[in-house]
Design a protein around this ligand. Structure first.
Ligand code: KG4
Ligand code: ZN
Length: 328
């Protein structure tokens, strides 16, 4: 079964083709250069760029897979959450294609896509397990109870983890996206030289908080600490905060498998620290951690038996809690 997956929730146009649960083609047209000089994503520019490239990208994906548009058996696209103008481009394109071909359409939650990306190489994994989505827009910890059934355990009270990397990178004079830049600079720094506290220490719940760190980075710069040392400490503290919350959640729920996904899941220090925490870890393969279309097709594949095909009248949604997205 060929599934086309589309994601245009933010600044990347993602188009993927999945056949019987395996990723065959995954194309991402990045808009990083377009937004770089603004230090963040400009929504209107993102929508316009998606409109420019989406059709060509779908044609290119079909050519690479060696199939025609009529071979598609299901079309899946991100319904939300995200920038509404950006979402509408891929979501409406997907609906239109499904309608024209007379094929089923499935609306996918963006975070669901991230979760299923980390399962691409683990067909044996079955719920329940914990899933941490840490990206530029989200830091959400879920308990995946069964396919398509998610319970939110904890979320950020303010900035997302990736957003903290991006904002702190900007303060440190680094480029966008900030995560990989901070990771690179941190390798040359000494974290022990900068005093920065792990957020929300002593809490009994599962909340995250990152906005205070950004202020602490600004203050450390004012005090004259070296940018590389600040980057190293910032990264160490973010990672420690995440590790503390997820290990407490594992103890609380009794779940020992943790899926980590979203752009921040690419961070090598985070991966190494989590490995040391003694959990069974699932990470997305390279190319599937950041936003892409294949993850949307993978979500549609995994949930195809429990989530019905979507009505074409179902609107895109900028705000969309995952636990409420599937009426099953
Ligand atoms: O999942 P993603 O591509 O897009 C969103 O849905 O937001 O995540 C992008 C975010 C950015 O904030 C970026 O700085 C962060 O993920 N990121 C990283 C790393 N690579 C990307 N953060 C920390 N370390 C990394 N290596
Ligand atoms: Zn994302």
């Amino acid at each position: 079964m060929w599934i086309l997956g589309i994601d245009t929730s933010c600044d990347d146009t993602g188009v993927g083709l999945v056949r019987d649960g395996s990723v065959v083609v995954n194309l991402v047209a990045s808009q990083t250069l377009l937004h770089q000089r603004y230090g963040g994503v400009v929504p209107e520019l993102a929508s316009r760029e998606h409109t420019q490239v989406i059709d060509g990208l779908v044609q290119q994906a079909l050519t690479q897979a060696g199939i025609g548009v009529c071979d598609l058996e299901l079309i899946a696209a991100t319904r939300g959450p995200g920038l509404i103008g950006a979402l509408l481009v891929g979501y409406t394109y997907g609906k239109g294609l499904a309608f024209a071909l007379g094929k089923p359409f499935v609306a996918v939650h963006h975070l669901e896509g991230h979760i299923y990306a980390a399962l691409a190489q683990h067909p044996e994994v079955e719920p329940p397990f914990l899933a941490l989505v840490a990206s530029g827009g989200h830091t959400h910890l879920f308990e995946v109870r069964s396919w398509g059934e998610y319970k939110l355990i904890g979320a950020t009270l303010d900035d997302a983890a990736g957003e903290a990397f991006d904002k702190s990178a900007r303060l440190l004079g680094l480029g966008y996206p900030g995560g990989p830049e901070i990771e690179k600079l941190a390798r040359q720094g000494d974290a022990s030289k900068v005093p920065l506290a792990v957020p929300l220490q002593g809490q009994e719940g599962f909340a995250f908080s990152f906005s205070g760190l950004k202020t602490a980075v600004a203050r450390a710069l004012e005090k004259g600490y070296a940018p590389a040392d600040i980057a190293a400490k910032f990264q160490q503290v973010v990672v420690e905060h995440i590790v503390q919350v997820v290990t407490r959640a594992a103890q609380h729920t009794g779940l020992t498998t943790l899926l980590v996904t979203g752009g921040v899941a690419q961070n090598a220090t985070l991966r190494a620290r989590l490995q040391a925490a003694g959990l069974r870890l699932l990470f997305p393969p390279k190319g599937l951690a950041t936003d892409n279309g294949a993850m949307i097709a993978l979500a549609a594949w995994r949930t195809r038996s429990c989530i019905p095909q979507s009505q074409l009248s179902l609107p895109a949604a900028a705000y969309l809690p995952l636990s409420a997205s599937n009426p099953t």
